[in-house]
Design a protein around this ligand. Structure first.
Ligand code: NCD
Ligand code: ZN
Length: 348
Protein backbone atom coordinates (compact mmCIF):
# COMPACT_ATOMS: atom_id res chain seq x y z
CA UNK A 1 0.00 0.00 0.00
CA UNK A 2 2.95 2.37 -0.51
CA UNK A 3 1.77 5.72 -1.84
CA UNK A 4 3.23 7.01 -5.08
CA UNK A 5 5.39 9.63 -3.35
CA UNK A 6 7.90 8.24 -0.90
CA UNK A 7 7.31 11.14 1.48
CA UNK A 8 4.37 9.36 3.08
CA UNK A 9 3.83 5.67 3.55
CA UNK A 10 0.66 4.01 4.82
CA UNK A 11 0.96 0.39 5.89
CA UNK A 12 -1.14 -2.11 7.78
CA UNK A 13 -0.64 -1.69 11.50
CA UNK A 14 2.51 -3.68 12.41
CA UNK A 15 2.91 -6.55 14.85
CA UNK A 16 5.98 -7.46 16.85
CA UNK A 17 6.71 -11.20 16.67
CA UNK A 18 9.21 -11.25 19.57
CA UNK A 19 8.85 -8.90 22.53
CA UNK A 20 9.88 -8.76 26.20
CA UNK A 21 7.38 -6.89 28.36
CA UNK A 22 8.57 -8.08 31.81
CA UNK A 23 6.20 -7.61 34.73
CA UNK A 24 5.14 -5.15 37.44
CA UNK A 25 6.45 -1.59 37.20
CA UNK A 26 8.62 -2.35 34.15
CA UNK A 27 5.63 -3.81 32.29
CA UNK A 28 3.64 -0.68 33.05
CA UNK A 29 6.46 1.52 31.82
CA UNK A 30 7.24 -0.26 28.54
CA UNK A 31 3.83 -1.54 27.39
CA UNK A 32 2.60 1.85 26.04
CA UNK A 33 5.83 2.15 24.00
CA UNK A 34 4.81 -0.96 22.03
CA UNK A 35 1.02 -0.48 22.06
CA UNK A 36 1.41 3.01 20.53
CA UNK A 37 2.45 1.52 17.16
CA UNK A 38 1.88 -2.22 17.28
CA UNK A 39 -1.42 -4.12 17.26
CA UNK A 40 -0.12 -7.44 18.61
CA UNK A 41 3.06 -8.99 19.88
CA UNK A 42 4.39 -12.44 20.66
CA UNK A 43 5.21 -12.09 24.36
CA UNK A 44 8.35 -13.80 25.59
CA UNK A 45 7.88 -16.02 28.66
CA UNK A 46 11.29 -15.53 30.36
CA UNK A 47 9.96 -14.01 33.57
CA UNK A 48 11.25 -15.05 36.98
CA UNK A 49 9.77 -17.62 37.47
CA UNK A 50 9.11 -18.38 33.80
CA UNK A 51 5.69 -18.69 32.14
CA UNK A 52 5.57 -22.46 31.90
CA UNK A 53 1.97 -23.67 32.07
CA UNK A 54 -1.21 -22.52 30.38
CA UNK A 55 -2.42 -21.09 33.70
CA UNK A 56 0.76 -19.00 34.03
CA UNK A 57 0.19 -17.59 30.54
CA UNK A 58 -3.42 -16.74 31.35
CA UNK A 59 -2.40 -14.90 34.52
CA UNK A 60 0.41 -13.04 32.71
CA UNK A 61 -1.96 -12.07 29.90
CA UNK A 62 -4.35 -10.61 32.50
CA UNK A 63 -1.52 -8.60 34.07
CA UNK A 64 -0.57 -7.22 30.66
CA UNK A 65 -4.13 -6.19 29.87
CA UNK A 66 -4.46 -4.60 33.33
CA UNK A 67 -1.32 -2.54 32.63
CA UNK A 68 -2.61 -1.26 29.27
CA UNK A 69 -3.54 2.43 29.54
CA UNK A 70 -7.18 3.34 28.85
CA UNK A 71 -7.80 4.11 25.22
CA UNK A 72 -4.97 1.95 23.88
CA UNK A 73 -5.62 -1.28 21.97
CA UNK A 74 -3.18 -4.17 22.07
CA UNK A 75 -3.37 -7.94 21.85
CA UNK A 76 -0.69 -9.99 23.61
CA UNK A 77 -0.02 -13.31 21.86
CA UNK A 78 1.16 -15.55 24.66
CA UNK A 79 3.94 -18.15 24.64
CA UNK A 80 4.99 -20.93 26.99
CA UNK A 81 8.54 -21.50 28.14
CA UNK A 82 9.58 -25.03 27.21
CA UNK A 83 11.13 -26.99 30.07
CA UNK A 84 12.06 -30.64 30.38
CA UNK A 85 8.91 -31.04 32.53
CA UNK A 86 6.46 -29.40 30.08
CA UNK A 87 3.30 -31.48 29.69
CA UNK A 88 2.16 -31.96 26.06
CA UNK A 89 -1.50 -32.02 27.13
CA UNK A 90 -1.19 -28.66 28.93
CA UNK A 91 0.40 -27.12 25.81
CA UNK A 92 -2.32 -28.55 23.58
CA UNK A 93 -5.10 -27.22 25.84
CA UNK A 94 -3.55 -23.73 26.01
CA UNK A 95 -3.24 -23.67 22.22
CA UNK A 96 -6.76 -25.01 21.63
CA UNK A 97 -8.23 -22.25 23.81
CA UNK A 98 -6.53 -19.67 21.57
CA UNK A 99 -4.50 -18.26 24.47
CA UNK A 100 -1.07 -19.55 23.47
CA UNK A 101 0.37 -18.99 20.00
CA UNK A 102 3.84 -20.57 20.34
CA UNK A 103 6.24 -22.38 22.63
CA UNK A 104 9.67 -20.94 23.28
CA UNK A 105 12.83 -23.02 23.39
CA UNK A 106 15.74 -21.58 25.34
CA UNK A 107 18.78 -23.83 25.51
CA UNK A 108 19.60 -23.83 29.26
CA UNK A 109 21.73 -20.81 30.14
CA UNK A 110 21.57 -19.17 26.71
CA UNK A 111 20.34 -15.76 27.83
CA UNK A 112 18.48 -13.66 30.44
CA UNK A 113 16.43 -15.93 32.76
CA UNK A 114 17.02 -19.11 30.78
CA UNK A 115 18.16 -21.39 33.61
CA UNK A 116 14.98 -23.51 33.27
CA UNK A 117 15.66 -24.14 29.59
CA UNK A 118 16.28 -27.43 27.83
CA UNK A 119 19.45 -29.48 28.33
CA UNK A 120 18.31 -32.87 27.11
CA UNK A 121 16.25 -32.69 23.92
CA UNK A 122 14.99 -36.26 24.28
CA UNK A 123 12.99 -35.04 27.28
CA UNK A 124 10.94 -32.62 25.15
CA UNK A 125 10.33 -35.00 22.25
CA UNK A 126 6.69 -35.64 23.30
CA UNK A 127 5.92 -31.91 23.42
CA UNK A 128 7.53 -31.26 20.03
CA UNK A 129 5.56 -34.12 18.47
CA UNK A 130 2.31 -32.80 19.91
CA UNK A 131 3.14 -29.32 18.57
CA UNK A 132 3.82 -30.74 15.09
CA UNK A 133 0.47 -32.52 15.23
CA UNK A 134 -1.51 -29.38 16.16
CA UNK A 135 0.55 -26.90 14.08
CA UNK A 136 1.78 -24.85 17.06
CA UNK A 137 5.05 -23.05 16.24
CA UNK A 138 8.25 -23.53 18.20
CA UNK A 139 10.21 -20.30 18.66
CA UNK A 140 13.89 -20.99 19.19
CA UNK A 141 16.60 -18.96 20.86
CA UNK A 142 19.18 -20.16 18.37
CA UNK A 143 22.42 -20.35 20.30
CA UNK A 144 24.28 -23.28 21.82
CA UNK A 145 25.58 -22.72 25.32
CA UNK A 146 28.55 -25.07 25.26
CA UNK A 147 31.37 -23.14 26.96
CA UNK A 148 33.87 -24.27 24.30
CA UNK A 149 31.92 -22.62 21.48
CA UNK A 150 32.92 -19.02 20.79
CA UNK A 151 30.07 -16.59 21.45
CA UNK A 152 30.24 -15.29 17.85
CA UNK A 153 29.82 -18.88 16.52
CA UNK A 154 26.97 -19.97 18.77
CA UNK A 155 24.19 -19.36 16.25
CA UNK A 156 25.90 -21.19 13.40
CA UNK A 157 26.72 -24.14 15.66
CA UNK A 158 23.12 -24.20 16.96
CA UNK A 159 21.86 -24.65 13.39
CA UNK A 160 24.06 -27.71 12.86
CA UNK A 161 23.84 -29.31 16.27
CA UNK A 162 20.32 -28.50 17.46
CA UNK A 163 18.03 -26.91 14.88
CA UNK A 164 18.68 -29.14 11.92
CA UNK A 165 18.40 -32.34 14.01
CA UNK A 166 15.08 -31.08 15.49
CA UNK A 167 13.79 -30.29 12.00
CA UNK A 168 14.78 -33.74 10.73
CA UNK A 169 13.49 -35.69 13.72
CA UNK A 170 10.15 -33.85 14.00
CA UNK A 171 8.60 -33.64 10.55
CA UNK A 172 5.85 -31.07 10.34
CA UNK A 173 7.04 -29.04 13.34
CA UNK A 174 6.72 -25.37 12.43
CA UNK A 175 9.79 -23.49 13.67
CA UNK A 176 10.67 -19.81 13.98
CA UNK A 177 14.37 -19.12 14.30
CA UNK A 178 14.24 -16.06 16.51
CA UNK A 179 16.39 -12.93 16.18
CA UNK A 180 18.72 -14.31 13.53
CA UNK A 181 22.08 -12.55 13.44
CA UNK A 182 24.05 -14.38 10.76
CA UNK A 183 24.11 -15.12 7.03
CA UNK A 184 24.11 -18.77 8.14
CA UNK A 185 20.69 -18.20 9.72
CA UNK A 186 19.35 -16.45 6.62
CA UNK A 187 20.61 -19.23 4.33
CA UNK A 188 19.30 -22.01 6.56
CA UNK A 189 15.81 -20.52 6.79
CA UNK A 190 15.71 -20.03 3.00
CA UNK A 191 16.63 -23.70 2.52
CA UNK A 192 13.68 -24.97 4.59
CA UNK A 193 9.95 -25.32 4.00
CA UNK A 194 7.45 -23.84 6.41
CA UNK A 195 10.02 -22.11 8.57
CA UNK A 196 10.07 -18.50 9.73
CA UNK A 197 12.72 -16.16 11.11
CA UNK A 198 12.41 -12.97 13.07
CA UNK A 199 14.91 -10.16 12.61
CA UNK A 200 15.34 -7.38 15.16
CA UNK A 201 15.59 -3.69 14.48
CA UNK A 202 19.00 -3.36 16.10
CA UNK A 203 20.59 -6.24 14.17
CA UNK A 204 19.72 -4.39 10.95
CA UNK A 205 21.70 -1.40 12.24
CA UNK A 206 24.68 -2.48 14.32
CA UNK A 207 27.56 -4.88 13.85
CA UNK A 208 30.02 -5.97 16.52
CA UNK A 209 32.20 -2.91 16.03
CA UNK A 210 29.38 -0.75 17.34
CA UNK A 211 29.63 -2.62 20.65
CA UNK A 212 33.39 -2.67 21.02
CA UNK A 213 35.18 0.07 19.06
CA UNK A 214 36.02 3.29 20.88
CA UNK A 215 34.91 2.03 24.29
CA UNK A 216 32.40 -0.63 25.30
CA UNK A 217 28.79 0.33 24.57
CA UNK A 218 26.58 -1.61 26.96
CA UNK A 219 23.34 -0.47 25.33
CA UNK A 220 24.36 -2.28 22.12
CA UNK A 221 24.99 -5.54 23.95
CA UNK A 222 22.26 -8.11 23.39
CA UNK A 223 21.95 -11.80 22.71
CA UNK A 224 22.55 -13.18 20.23
CA UNK A 225 25.40 -10.68 20.08
CA UNK A 226 25.72 -8.63 16.87
CA UNK A 227 28.17 -10.19 14.40
CA UNK A 228 30.43 -8.95 11.59
CA UNK A 229 29.26 -6.40 9.02
CA UNK A 230 28.80 -9.08 6.30
CA UNK A 231 26.17 -10.70 8.51
CA UNK A 232 24.34 -7.42 9.11
CA UNK A 233 24.28 -6.90 5.35
CA UNK A 234 22.76 -10.37 4.86
CA UNK A 235 20.07 -9.54 7.44
CA UNK A 236 19.22 -6.27 5.68
CA UNK A 237 18.96 -8.13 2.36
CA UNK A 238 16.65 -10.74 3.90
CA UNK A 239 14.42 -8.22 5.69
CA UNK A 240 14.14 -5.84 2.73
CA UNK A 241 13.55 -8.66 0.23
CA UNK A 242 9.95 -8.94 1.38
CA UNK A 243 10.36 -12.74 1.36
CA UNK A 244 7.74 -14.59 3.39
CA UNK A 245 9.89 -16.31 6.01
CA UNK A 246 11.38 -13.06 7.31
CA UNK A 247 9.42 -10.80 9.65
CA UNK A 248 9.94 -8.28 12.42
CA UNK A 249 10.54 -9.45 15.97
CA UNK A 250 12.07 -6.49 17.75
CA UNK A 251 13.34 -8.48 20.75
CA UNK A 252 12.91 -5.17 22.54
CA UNK A 253 14.32 -6.22 25.91
CA UNK A 254 14.24 -3.54 28.62
CA UNK A 255 16.73 -3.54 31.48
CA UNK A 256 17.17 -0.55 33.77
CA UNK A 257 20.27 1.53 33.05
CA UNK A 258 21.88 0.55 36.35
CA UNK A 259 21.93 -3.08 35.17
CA UNK A 260 23.09 -2.28 31.63
CA UNK A 261 25.87 0.09 32.73
CA UNK A 262 27.34 -2.46 35.10
CA UNK A 263 30.45 -4.61 35.52
CA UNK A 264 28.34 -7.56 34.34
CA UNK A 265 25.82 -5.78 32.13
CA UNK A 266 22.54 -7.40 31.10
CA UNK A 267 21.88 -8.35 27.47
CA UNK A 268 19.11 -6.57 25.61
CA UNK A 269 18.39 -3.53 23.43
CA UNK A 270 15.24 -1.50 24.07
CA UNK A 271 13.82 -0.59 20.66
CA UNK A 272 10.04 -0.49 21.14
CA UNK A 273 9.90 3.31 21.18
CA UNK A 274 11.56 4.15 17.86
CA UNK A 275 11.51 0.88 15.90
CA UNK A 276 9.24 2.03 13.07
CA UNK A 277 11.22 5.20 12.43
CA UNK A 278 14.49 3.24 12.44
CA UNK A 279 13.11 0.57 10.11
CA UNK A 280 11.77 3.16 7.66
CA UNK A 281 15.28 4.65 7.49
CA UNK A 282 16.87 1.21 6.92
CA UNK A 283 14.36 0.24 4.24
CA UNK A 284 14.62 3.61 2.51
CA UNK A 285 18.42 3.32 2.40
CA UNK A 286 17.99 -0.12 0.79
CA UNK A 287 15.53 1.28 -1.78
CA UNK A 288 12.87 -1.01 -0.34
CA UNK A 289 10.28 1.19 1.38
CA UNK A 290 7.61 -0.61 -0.62
CA UNK A 291 8.58 -3.84 1.18
CA UNK A 292 8.47 -2.46 4.74
CA UNK A 293 4.83 -3.53 5.10
CA UNK A 294 5.62 -7.15 4.21
CA UNK A 295 8.29 -7.25 6.92
CA UNK A 296 6.34 -5.47 9.69
CA UNK A 297 2.72 -6.33 8.96
CA UNK A 298 2.11 -9.16 6.45
CA UNK A 299 4.68 -11.96 6.68
CA UNK A 300 4.29 -12.56 10.42
CA UNK A 301 0.51 -13.03 10.36
CA UNK A 302 0.88 -15.29 7.32
CA UNK A 303 3.33 -17.54 9.18
CA UNK A 304 1.26 -17.58 12.37
CA UNK A 305 -1.94 -18.15 10.34
CA UNK A 306 -3.58 -15.05 11.79
CA UNK A 307 -5.42 -12.29 9.93
CA UNK A 308 -3.51 -9.12 9.06
CA UNK A 309 -4.57 -6.02 10.97
CA UNK A 310 -7.37 -3.91 9.51
CA UNK A 311 -6.03 -0.61 10.83
CA UNK A 312 -3.15 1.24 9.21
CA UNK A 313 -0.35 3.52 10.34
CA UNK A 314 1.10 6.34 8.26
CA UNK A 315 4.77 7.25 8.27
CA UNK A 316 5.68 10.73 7.09
CA UNK A 317 9.11 11.96 6.06
CA UNK A 318 10.21 15.35 7.34
CA UNK A 319 12.89 16.99 9.47
CA UNK A 320 14.71 15.01 12.13
CA UNK A 321 12.36 13.20 14.52
CA UNK A 322 13.38 13.26 18.15
CA UNK A 323 12.81 10.36 20.48
CA UNK A 324 13.66 10.51 24.16
CA UNK A 325 17.11 9.12 25.00
CA UNK A 326 15.49 7.17 27.81
CA UNK A 327 12.06 6.42 29.16
CA UNK A 328 11.29 6.60 32.86
CA UNK A 329 9.60 3.53 34.31
CA UNK A 330 8.58 2.73 37.87
CA UNK A 331 11.46 0.26 37.90
CA UNK A 332 14.02 2.89 36.78
CA UNK A 333 15.21 4.56 33.56
CA UNK A 334 15.56 2.51 30.38
CA UNK A 335 17.74 3.77 27.54
CA UNK A 336 16.14 3.82 24.08
CA UNK A 337 18.19 2.28 21.26
CA UNK A 338 20.30 4.90 19.50
CA UNK A 339 20.67 3.91 15.83
CA UNK A 340 23.55 6.35 15.41
CA UNK A 341 21.94 8.18 12.47
CA UNK A 342 19.21 10.81 12.27
CA UNK A 343 15.62 9.64 11.86
CA UNK A 344 13.34 11.41 9.38
CA UNK A 345 10.20 9.23 9.39
CA UNK A 346 7.63 9.95 12.05
CA UNK A 347 4.61 7.82 12.83
CA UNK A 348 1.25 9.62 12.76
C1 NCD B 1 16.61 -10.91 26.25
C2 NCD B 1 16.14 -10.47 27.63
O1 NCD B 1 16.71 -9.54 28.19
O2 NCD B 1 15.17 -11.06 28.15
N1 NCD B 1 17.89 -10.33 26.00
C3 NCD B 1 18.45 -10.13 24.79
O3 NCD B 1 19.61 -9.73 24.73
N2 NCD B 1 17.80 -10.37 23.68
C4 NCD B 1 16.61 -12.38 26.18
C5 NCD B 1 16.75 -12.90 24.79
O4 NCD B 1 15.83 -12.80 23.97
O5 NCD B 1 17.81 -13.48 24.50
ZN1 ZN C 1 14.27 -12.05 23.21
Amino acid sequence: MASAMTESLTIRRPDDWHLHLRDGAMLEGVLPETARHFARAIIMPNLVPPVVRGDDAMAYRDRIMAALPDGMAFEPLMTLYLTEATDPADVAAAAASGLVKAVKLYPAGATTNSASGVKDFDKVRGVLEKMAEIGLPLCTHGEVTTPEVDIFDREAVFIDRVLDPIRKSTPGLRVVMEHITTKNGVDYVKSQDDMGATITTHHLVINRNHILVGGIKPHYYCLPVAKREEHRVALVEAATSGAGPFFLGTDSAPHIDALKEHACGCAGCFTATNTLSVLAEVFEKAGALDRLEAFTSLNGPAFYRLPVNDETVTLTKGGAVDYPAKIETGAGPVTVFDPGFPLHWSVA
